[in-house]
Ligand binder design. Structure first.
Ligand SMILES: [Zn+2]
Length: 145
């Protein structure tokens, strides 16, 4: 399991996991050192607080997976910066997104050649909890690039 989390991102560390009703919940924390303020670029080492963030990732052995991440909020150490705090962000998921990019890719691969109703049914059966409207939104977003 630890290795699976490292494959998502090497800055993540698995604390524990449990399987409930065909879904694997992975409790994870970040050990990323290089946390930069998105506004001024100063590296911060002072933690303001932590909050729980959860999102879906690729299924594991036919089980849907949900990553529960202890996300850090940091102080910006630059007294000249108008930003006093900022949240830790990651390259594998969008800010505030509920799905990893690689899961979105998988959803798109599956949905490309079938109706969104059929795709929703197929995906919910062991891949990810995703609605018809989310599938349409992802397809639209991807086709605009
Ligand atoms: Zn700053």
């Amino acid at each position: 399991m630890e290795r699976l989390i490292k494959m998502l991102n090497s800055d993540l560390k698995l604390k524990s996991y449990e399987i409930i009703d065909g879904t694997i919940y992975l409790n994870v924390e970040s050990i990323k050192q290089d946390l930069r303020c998105p506004l001024c670029g100063t590296i911060s080492t002072r933690i303001h607080s932590r909050y729980e963030r959860s999102f879906q990732d690729l299924p594991i052995q036919g089980n849907k997976s949900i990553v529960v991440l202890s996300n850090r909020k940091m102080f910006c150490g630059n007294s000249q910066c108008p930003r006093t705090t900022f949240a830790e962000t990651f390259s594998f998921i969008g800010y505030k997104s509920k799905k990893t990019y690689r899961l979105e890719d998988e959803i798109l691969n599956i949905s490309n050649n079938m109706s969104s109703v059929a795709a929703q049914r197929l995906l919910r059966n062991g891949v990810a909890n995703v609605s018809k409207s989310t599938i349409c939104l992802l397809l639209k977003k991807r086709n605009n690039h």
